[in-house]
Structure formats: C-alpha cells, structure tokens
Design a protein around this ligand. Structure first.
Ligand SMILES: Cc1ncc(CNC=O)c(N)n1
Length: 234
C-alpha cells in the first residue's frame, strides 16, 4: 500500500461528518477493493469457481473461530464503559449470531463435502487471526476494538448485499451464503455497530482515533488478502 502523503483523520471531535464516514471517503479505493472483490463479483454474476468457494468456506470457518475471542474481548471492554449498557447488549447479540454461524459453517461444509477438521489455515488467514489475537489485549482501547469489529462485519455485509442486488445470477447453492451476510437484519446490525463506533470515536483522543484508523485500514487489507487467498492468489 502506498500511503505517502495521506494524513490520518484525527479531527473527529469537531467534524460534522462521523469519523467512520470520513475514513471510508478517504480510503475509498481500499474499501471498494474489500467490498467489491473479483471473488464477490463472480458470485454475483454466477461465474464463481466452486473450488474457490469451498476453499473460502474452510478458511472462513477457521477465521470465525478466532473472531469469537476477539468479540468476547470487545464485549468485556464495552462492559467497562460508562453508559447505558446498550453497547454490551448489541455485542452480546453479535456473539449469539456467531454461535449460529459456526453451526451454519458445519452444515454448509457437509453439503459441499468440505472436511473442516482437515482444513489447513493459509498464510493470509493466520496473519489475520494473529492480528485479531493481538487486539484482544486489555491494553487495546475500546474505540479501537469496536471500530475493528464494525469494519470486519461491514465488509461481509456490503460484499454479500452487493451480490444480492437486482440482476444477480447467484448460483442457487450460494444463495444462502449471500443471504447470511447480505440480509436486511445484518445490515441494521452493522449500522448499529457503526453508530456505537462513531459515538466512541467522537469522545476519543486524537491518538486513539489515529490508532483506530490504522486498525481499520489493516482490516481492509486483511480482507482483500483473504479474498485473494480464496481465489488462490495469495
Ligand atoms: C474474513 C471474514 N471477515 C468478516 C466476516 C464476517 N464476520 C463474521 O462472520 C467473516 N466471516 N470472515
């Protein structure tokens, strides 16, 4: 990534637009790279290679299993925030759906004859999981963690909602996958996470906002690498 000349957004406090909005505008190309990846476009236009889909499925199952402790650590951070406790309930809801998701992966894997117990995590996946593990530390501030949480969820939400847009030729077997993350309820959930993140970022110090922006960018890069890995290009 060529980042020369780019300044980090640290003026969140007095900005009219929410911090996450400023980030997306500033990093549009990378954001679109993560949410409109060729793999996603191939699902939408029906040209997807099923061997790539199966690779994605096995790798994503491993990813989701390491996503859970990260979300749990974010839940712990939210519980220490002074507030009405609503953040914690939203994150708890997210954890509950991850439980369903793990079962969904097992079910999908058996449909596609993917053996989840023999999946070997690939490099891009290992790096992404390690990044998440580092963020579980209590030293990592809540605004950083909640921004990362939102970014991870929104990439899948935007990607699969794009697949479902009018005129799609999604293969029948992948309709359920697209609906899992592209459905309206998941969209609403991501919006709520974004509002929580923006509220936290608004109160955060410029230093913490910068850290959160760097972490947001890392998520986008890891997501692009993850899709690339799925199509065998990493
Ligand atoms: C690599 C990756 N990024 C985001 C998600 C969506 N969050 C939880 O399911 C996911 N499953 N996998």
């Amino acid at each position: 990534m060529e980042d020369a000349g780019k300044k980090l957004v640290t003026e969140g406090v007095d900005c009219k637009i929410p911090v996450t909005e400023a980030w997306i505008r500033k990093h549009r190309l990378l954001y679109d790279g993560a949410t409109r990846h060729p793999f996603i476009r191939s699902i939408r236009d029906g040209s997807v290679d099923f061997s790539y889909f199966k690779r994605w499925l096995g790798q994503d199952y491993i990813f989701v299993r390491s996503f859970v402790p990260f979300v749990a650590s974010t839940l712990v951070k939210s519980s220490k925030e002074s507030g009405d406790g609503l953040d914690m309930e939203v994150i708890l809801g997210g954890m509950a759906s991850l439980n369903d998701e793990i079962n969904w992966f097992k079910n999908e894997a058996s449909k596609f004859h993917v053996s989840l117990t023999s999946v070997v995590p690939q490099k891009a996946n290992i790096k992404y999981c390690r990044f998440l593990e580092n963020l579980t530390s209590s030293e990592v501030e809540y605004p950083v963690a909640i921004s990362v949480f939102w970014a991870i969820e929104v990439v899948y939400q935007e990607s699969f909602a794009h697949c479902l847009e009018e005129g799609n030729l999604i293969p029948e077997e992948l309709q359920g996958t697209c609906e899992r993350w592209g459905n309206e309820g998941f969209g609403t959930y991501c919006k709520t996470l974004r509002e929580i993140a923006d509220r936290c970022l608004q109160k955060a110090s410029p230093e913490v906002i910068s850290k959160a922006e760097v972490a947001f960018l890392s998520v986008l890069e890891y997501e692009v690498d993850f899709w690339n890995m799925s199509i065998g290009e990493a």
